[in-house]
Write a protein that binds this ligand. Structure first.
Ligand SMILES: Nc1ncnc2c1ncn2[C@@H]1O[C@H](COP(=O)(O)OP(=O)(O)OP(=O)(O)O)[C@@H](O)[C@H]1O
Length: 265
């Protein structure tokens, strides 16, 4: 992994974001940053604003004020596909697979600007279209192998189990060769075996490919194992950030987040 100089801007910076829904302030002057090559956990009680923050970062929502930067460049006003082209990919809390397409087709759809999308290319440059399709297919098969879904390549995506759909979501982000992946509750509804696999894959991608992750997760075991640092959100703001052990033992976190559910931990 390349050393990051102290002056290099973070791969993601959220600066003083505000988002209201009617009278409800979901994001309240929230500022945080994500450093390259890390797996940063984003935790907090239900309604803390975690998913709203993802939607603001990825262009699905427009903030009322505040800015979002990647590598120092302002991406606040970019639409979702513009953010995607900057190498920021995301998954959703509820997987958004194309249920009536095969698992393989779901992956092959991801790379943008495919020649075959323009009908004249199919007429005028059929060789180039086929060559690109072969390349994308080979890459999709490689990604499927990585997430252990090869045996389901030709299955309808809608027929996968909840855990398999989560792996497919991760696979879809990998087709885009991302720099930063935002994962929204990757472990929700996933059995322990698949969760272990998912967790190993994420760590491998960080280590070997230098992909940076920001992940929202309620499963504390996964967060404590995988993430460093961990950012805690509460009431639309960043409450604290630290090593998993610091976060686990911080009284304000216990009060805001762990209080009810993990008070005795
Ligand atoms: N589209 C929306 N319209 C109105 N209110 C919304 C919308 N999206 C989120 N909210 C509200 O904003 C607040 C933050 O919600 P958000 O889903 O971001 O929290 P969260 O931390 O992701 O919660 P959870 O852990 O339960 O997923 C909540 O009060 C929620 O009801």
């Amino acid at each position: 992994m390349t050393e990051i100089s102290a002056t290099e801007p973070p791969v993601l910076e959220v600066r003083d974001l505000v988002k209201d829904f009617g009278g409800l302030r979901a994001i309240d002057h929230c500022s945080l940053s994500v450093q390259e090559g890390k797996i940063t956990g984003l935790i907090g009680p239900n309604g803390a604003g975690k998913t709203t923050l993802f939607n603001l970062i990825t262009g699905y929502f427009t903030p009322d004020s505040g800015r979002v930067f990647t590598d120092g460049a302002d991406i606040t006003s970019l639409p979702p596909h513009g953010v995607f082209r900057r190498g920021i990919c995301r998954t959703f809390q509820i997987p958004r697979e194309h249920g009536t397409m095969s698992v393989l087709e779901n992956l092959m759809l991801v790379p943008p600007d495919q020649l075959g999308e323009q009908f004249w290319n199919c007429w005028l440059r059929p060789g180039a279209v086929r060559a690109q399709e072969r390349e994308i297919r080979a890459k999709a098969l490689e990604v499927l192998d990585f997430v252990n879904l090869t045996h389901l390549a030709h299955e309808y995506a809608g027929r996968l189990s909840g855990g398999q759909k989560k792996l497919l979501e991760l696979a879809r982000t990998l087709m885009a060769e991302p720099r930063l992946v935002l994962l929204d509750e990757p472990a929700a509804g996933v059995n322990r075996t698949l969760m272990k696999k998912l967790s190993e894959n994420i760590e491998y991608l960080r280590r070997e490919r230098g992909i940076t992750f920001l992940l929202i997760e309620h499963d504390m075991d996964l967060v404590m194992d995988l993430c460093d640092p961990v950012i805690v959100m509460s009431e639309g703001r960043r409450l604290m950030e630290g090593h998993p052990d610091e976060v686990r033992n911080d009284p304000t976190v216990l009060e805001a987040y762990l209080g009810g559910q993990y008070g005795a931990a």
